[in-house]
Design a protein around this ligand. Structure first.
Ligand code: ZN
Length: 455
């Protein structure tokens, strides 16, 4: 029965394609975000333990970016960067209470104004209307109960990846083209509770570990418990892959797959005790900022290509605008993935949460993590991909260069923040960090007044 209905639907879609939809050459866009997914969680990124056939297929038919970076290590900050193509200090969605400002331009607004039908399906309250993320969407599906802004608790993540895909499929069924659909699937975020048929990556564990927060955050876990917890996370990754596959199958059955740009990405990764802790939103090590990014659009994106050049979440907006033949605004900070420069570029991540401020910049194999102003660690990811030991001897020049770039990026971000969001109080930049030219620029914008005390 299912087979027949799919065939009929495909035939109907083909008829519609040749009549109503034939005029607009712009592709639909599916931006699929798997919440809390590390690059090395996926088989197509080299994980030998897991099975992720649907994402692997997307990679085989599109381009996989081997070195993709999230702009932060928790949902709200990273998603704001993904949707605005600006770095965290610019959009300012950083603390527990911060919402996306109305004056920030988001991708759905740009596409909606250009005639796209837009919708979001979100399984994470951090990306809800309470935090300003409804802007630009014709329809906005929040799959949880939430009344107030403020700190989101894991218990609010009540939906599952397959429910998210179901709602997406129902929407696609009535969406006019071209459409932009943002899907934020909450699995594999904790709690790690995969359906039993996906809980198959754990070996023969005998203990009592569960994927609930009260267990996974305990401090007395054995090595076997930790392996089991990681395996439960893998179960959720595989379940998410399955749900993503259902959505792709549906696009294919409707004849939409080849004219829909499919972008598969994550907002951040997850720590499993590599540096002592578990979870995310605490550090900026590779396990939380190195994310998957895969792009498929036949005719525009090479099939089966693996791109080693580093890219960032902020690159998604200009890429979509390029697909859609729309102008790329001057005020965005990403670069289209279709036109990556050959030269090395600076990758930026930042975390300002719960009283800490961490900044990280990467250029080539060198990554500088500044955990407090004036105190930084340099890692050589070429020799030490796990960031186990910071380097000092023989790296003085690289360290100074990255420190200068961090200062420069801080100034550039502050100038752009003021230009885009006006003269509200600075969030994190202190006057001592500013160069004379930045001070002049801020004065010109009416943002600060120079003291003229002369003494
Ligand atoms: Zn997240």
């Amino acid at each position: 029965m299912r087979e027949i209905s799919v065939t009929l639907r495909a035939a109907l879609a083909l008829t519609l394609l040749t009549s109503a939809c034939g005029d607009d050459p712009r592709p639909n866009v599916l931006l699929y975000v798997a919440d809390t997914l590390r690059a090395d969680d996926l088989a197509c990124y080299g994980n030998p333990l897991i099975e992720t056939p649907h994402v692997d297929r997307l990679a085989a038919e599109g381009s996989l970016f081997e070195n993709a970076y999230a702009q932060s290590s928790w949902t709200r900050t990273s998603m704001a960067s993904l949707l605005t193509s600006t770095y965290p200090a610019v959009h300012g969605v950083e603390g527990r209470m911060e919402a996306l400002a109305e004056e920030m331009r988001v991708l759905p607004e740009m596409l909606s104004e250009a005639g796209y039908t837009t919708a979001a399906i979100t399984g994470n309250p951090n990306i809800g209307s309470a935090f300003g993320f409804r802007q630009g969407f014709d329809e906005f599906f929040e799959l949880y109960e939430r009344r107030d802004a403020g700190r989101v608790r894991v218990g609010e993540f009540v939906t599952t990846a397959d429910r998210v895909s179901e709602v997406a499929i129902e929407w696609i069924d009535r969406a006019s083209e071209p459409f932009f659909l943002l899907v934020l699937s909450i699995d594999p975020h904790s709690p790690y509770e995969p359906p039993p048929e996906f809980d198959r990556f754990g070996g023969d564990y005998q203990g009592s570990a569960s994927g609930k927060p009260e267990f996974i955050n305990r401090l007395d876990l054995s090595r076997q418990d930790k392996q089991r917890i990681r395996a439960l996370h893998y179960g959720e990754v595989a379940f998410n892959d399955h749900a993503f596959g259902k959505l792709v199958d549906d696009l294919e059955a409707r004849g939409l797959y080849d004219r829909t740009a499919v972008i598969f990405v994550s907002d951040h990764g997850e720590e499993f005790w590599e540096h002592g802790g578990r979870g995310h939103g605490k550090t900026l090590f590779e396990e939380v900022v190195h994310v998957p990014l895969i792009l498929r659009l036949p005719g525009r994106v090479a099939a089966g290509e693996r791109v080693a050049r580093p890219v960032e979440l902020v690159d998604v907006v200009p890429t979509v605008l390029e697909f859609s033949d729309l102008p790329i605004p001057a005020d965005i900070q990403g670069i289209s993935l279709l036109a990556l420069p050959a030269a090395q570029r600076l990758i930026q991540s930042r975390l300002v949460l719960d009283g800490t401020e961490i900044n990280a910049v990467r250029l080539g194999p060198n990554k500088l993590i500044e955990e407090a102003r004036g105190s930084s660690k340099l890692f050589d990811l070429g020799r030490d991909p796990g960031e186990k030991e910071s380097v000092s001897e023989g790296f003085g020049e690289q360290r100074r260069a990255l420190e200068r770039m961090l200062v420069k990026s801080r100034q550039d971000n502050e100038i752009l923040r003021v230009r885009l969001r006006g003269s509200s109080a600075p969030v994190s930049v202190r006057p001592d960090d500013l160069s004379p030219e930045v001070v002049r620029e801020l004065e010109r914008l009416g943002y600060i007044e120079t003291e003229k005390d002369g003494g």
